[in-house]
Structure formats: structure tokens, C-alpha cells
Design a binder for this molecule. Structure first.
Ligand SMILES: N[C@@H](CCC(=O)N[C@@H](CS)C(=O)NCC(=O)O)C(=O)O
Length: 254
């Protein structure tokens, strides 16, 4: 008798296409060529369905999240660690674990600052508000429905307390992180941050540099006004070398 065929487990990643946290987790999955299904999360509107599906209160849910069978992993770095460990640990070699965790903190600080600044800019820019509406809203309604983007932005502002620092202070967080990253890169010889080869540190550094200006891969998912909201023009010139490095890392490894 033939055994009953097992239903193939499909890994699912729920994320937000323009989010640096999603980019981090997705890069690790793609690097290891893991087959998975990607589902775009719609801020606010998508939460009731996600919450019902996962059996978790909305307050406990952030994206990206990875669903595999009955297991849910709710943090981008936890997803990265889990996926990498299963596929040989080449991105996070154990001897470099602590250093890589440090780069994750740097990446989180920059992502948190760039999200806060992006929301500040979005709330002042009607064109960006129209461009961030979900794709199912038809063109003629995008103007009148801009308020939905403002509600979504206010929700993120409250959920992640993004007004706890002033824009100036967020700018300083980014500046300090990029000064540190520049020094680390120079110390390491200008190519890879740790050990002379590609690791999770380079993914985290490259994703963090997205706080200056998103990479083309992410930028092409946005309208021009939204891209402007995600761009820190006042820092771009000073850290042009980091943008060049980031583009090189993407070209080689993404
Ligand atoms: N520590 C988390 C943070 C992720 C995070 O802040 N995600 C935001 C992206 S803007 C989110 O889930 N927002 C959607 C929501 O709260 O509905 C991680 O690394 O995955």
C-alpha cells in the first residue's frame, strides 16, 4: 500500500514590501534559496484577519513574521537566525554571533529612526499619502482616500511611539550609526564587515544604509513622493561611500 502523501509544508512570510525589517528576513530566505510564499500585509486593515488567523492579539503582532506549520516566528532577526541555522549557519557563524547581534542593534536603531522620519514627512505630503494607499484603491479615489494613509501613519506613530524623539534626535541616531558603520567597514578593508566574506553583518549594514536612501529593489515598489519620504537628503552626501558599498553588496549578493 502506498503511504498517504504528506501535505508539503509551505513556509509563508508576511511582510511589508518597503519595510527594512521585511527586507532583512527576506534576504536571508532568498540567500538560502528557501521556497516560501510571500504575503503583503496592509497596515491596520490587514491586522484583524492576521490576528484571527494567528490567534494572537494585534498588540503582539509585528511583521515580518514567518509561519511554518503551527509555528510563528515574529521577529526579523529571529527569522534570520532560524533560517540560517537550518541551512548551515553560513550567514551567522557562531564565532561571530555576538558581533552580528551588535549589527542587528545598529540596523534596528537606523530602521526605527528612518521610519519615524518617514512618517513625519508622509504626514506633510499629500502626494505621498495618495501613493501609500493599498493598490486595490482605484486611481480616482486615491485623492479623497488619502486620509486612510494618515490614519495608518498615526497608528504606526502610536504603536511604535515614533514621536518619542525629535526629528533632529533621530537624525543624530542615524548619523552616529553611519559614522560607526563607516569606521567598521574601513577597519575591515572596505568590502565585508566580518571575516573577509559575506555574512549577516553585511545584510544588516546594507539594510541600515537603506535609511539614507532605499536600494533600487525597494525604491521601485514606491512612488517618487514616498521614496522622498524614505530618503534622508541631509545625510546622503556625507555617506555617499556607504551608498556605494550598499549597492555593491546588493549587486554581489541579493
Ligand atoms: N522587532 C521587529 C520589529 C518589526 C516592526 O517594527 N514591524 C513594523 C513595520 S512598520 C510592523 O509590524 N508594523 C505593522 C503593524 O504594526 O501593523 C522585527 O525585527 O521584526
Amino acid at each position: 500500500m502506498n503511504p498517504v502523501p504528506q501535505k508539503k509544508k509551505v513556509i509563508e512570510l508576511v511582510g511589508i514590501g518597503m519595510s527594512p525589517w521585511t527586507e532583512k528576513a527576506q534576504w536571508v530566505l532568498d540567500h538560502h534559496r528557501v521556497p516560501y510564499r510571500y504575503r503583503e500585509h496592509t497596515i491596520l486593515l490587514g491586522m484583524p484577519v492576521l490576528s484571527a488567523r494567528l490567534g494572537l492579539p494585534p498588540s503582539e503582532i509585528t511583521v515580518p513574521l514567518l509561519i511554518e506549520s503551527d509555528e510563528i516566528i515574529l521577529d526579523s532577526f529571529d527569522i534570520s537566525q532560524r533560517v540560517d541555522a537550518r541551512f548551515g549557519g553560513t550567514l551567522i557563524p557562531s564565532e561571530h554571533g555576538p558581533e552580528i547581534k551588535h549589527y542587528n542593534i545598529l540596523c534596528d536603531l537606523v530602521s526605527d529612526a528612518s521610519r519615524a522620519l518617514m512618517i513625519e514627512r508622509l504626514l506633510k505630503d499629500p502626494a505621498a499619502q495618495a501613493q501609500t494607499l493599498p493598490p486595490f484603491i482605484p486611481g480616482m479615489f486615491r485623492g479623497p482616500f488619502r486620509f486612510m494613509s494618515r490614519v495608518g501613519a498615526a497608528y504606526i506613530q502610536q504603536e511604535f511611539n515614533t514621536t518619542r524623539k525629535s526629528p533632529y534626535e533621530y537624525g543624530m541616531v542615524m548619523l552616529q550609526a553611519f559614522v560607526g558603520l563607516s569606521a567598521a567597514l574601513e577597519r575591515a578593508g572596505g568590502k565585508y564587515l566580518i571575516g573577509g566574506g559575506f555574512t549577516m553583518a553585511d545584510i544588516l549594514g546594507a539594510v541600515a544604509v537603506g535609511g539614507l536612501r532605499p536600494h533600487r529593489r525597494i525604491a521601485e515598489k514606491m512612488g517618487p513622493a514616498v521614496l522622498k519620504c524614505w530618503t534622508s537628503e541631509e545625510l546622503e552626501d556625507r555617506f555617499g561611500h556607504l551608498l556605494e558599498w550598499r549597492d555593491w553588496v546588493y549587486q554581489q549578493h541579493r
